[in-house]
Write a protein that binds this ligand. Structure first.
Ligand SMILES: Nc1ncnc2c1ncn2[C@@H]1O[C@H](COP(=O)(O)OP(=O)(O)OP(=O)(O)O)[C@@H](O)[C@H]1O
Ligand SMILES: [Mg+2]
Length: 255
């Protein structure tokens, strides 16, 4: 599986008696967009929490670009370029939209901090180019007008979009988005779809948990269906739409 950005094998996790993820195996090809769908409580967020090691897996293997990341700290995993967003937007309070975006890039500065403290010319140039990049991304997703507004004052849809921008500022190789379209209106969802395609076309691999089927069917290369902690189907959007088990999982969840 050398062409897989992420390869998961036999992943399992229980919370007390609840088997949230059971023997999940999944290969995500480099440069592709994989959508993970499934009813509420299917284990979608837990899958992200295991990959990023917010929760330790009970068993299984997680390889990112050919190397095991199981057991690495969430920070170390992020520094490898595996970046995620959260189901409920986690915007930094007391910062503008632009400062929130820049915060995504600053997680990488780490060892270079002394440079920034001395405010060397190279650091100043770097800071300027990061700010320009943040402004370009904010513009791209229609948030330019909110640039200097306190991020917590933004409408929910804008906060969700801002979180994606912040994640992109961290220069991900693999981006995990947990329900990025939740709270977005139709126009914002269309903007998000265009952004996701552009991100994928720039070579970044994506895994997107999403309930919005038209978004999923419009952007995904591969759709994985989770139900009660197990993968019940995986394939192209077209194949998944016609899969009886998928229809059953959704109809079942609404019953
Ligand atoms: N920290 C936790 N402690 C106990 N149980 C948990 C924990 N996190 C998740 N679970 C349980 O694991 C199962 C899967 O939850 P998860 O949040 O992964 O579902 P989901 O597919 O993301 O659902 P949704 O679509 O509602 O976001 C649920 O039964 C949930 O209650
Ligand atoms: Mg969830």
């Amino acid at each position: 599986m050398s062409d897989a950005a992420l390869a998961i094998k036999g992943l399992s996790k229980s919370f007390g008696g609840v088997r949230a993820i059971t023997d999940v195996s999944l290969a995500v090809p480099e440069g592709s967009l994989t959508a993970v769908i499934g009813p509420n409580g299917a284990g979608k967020t837990t899958l992200f929490n295991l990959v990023t090691n917010l929760y330790a897996a009970d068993s299984g293997a997680i390889d990112f670009q050919g190397r095991s990341i199981r057991g690495l700290s969430p920070g170390a995993i992020a520094r490898l370029g595996l970046i995620r967003t959260f189901q409920s937007a986690r915007i930094f309070p007391g910062m503008t939209a632009r400062e929130n975006a820049l915060a995504g890039a600053h997680m990488h500065l780490g060892v270079a901090t002394w440079k920034h403290m001395l405010w060397l010319n190279s650091a100043r140039r770097e800071e300027r180019s990061l700010a320009a990049k943040a402004d370009r991304l904010l513009e791209l997703v229609g948030l330019a007008v909110f640039r200097d507004v306190a991020a917590t004052d933004l409408p929910m849809g804008a906060q969700k979009m801002l979180e994606v921008v912040r994640a992109l500022m961290a220069e991900p190789r693999l981006l995990l988005l947990d329900e990025p379209a939740a709270g977005l209106n139709d126009a914002e969802t269309a903007e998000l779809a265009a952004l996701l395609r552009a991100v994928r076309d720039s070579g970044i691999t994506l895994i997107v948990v999403e309930h919005n089927m038209s978004l999923v069917m419009g952007v995904a290369d591969q759709v994985v269906v989770l139900d009660a902690g197990s993968i019940v189907a995986a394939g192209t959007p077209r194949a998944i739409q016609q899969d009886k088990r998928v229809i059953a999982a959704y109809v079942g969840s609404e019953a």
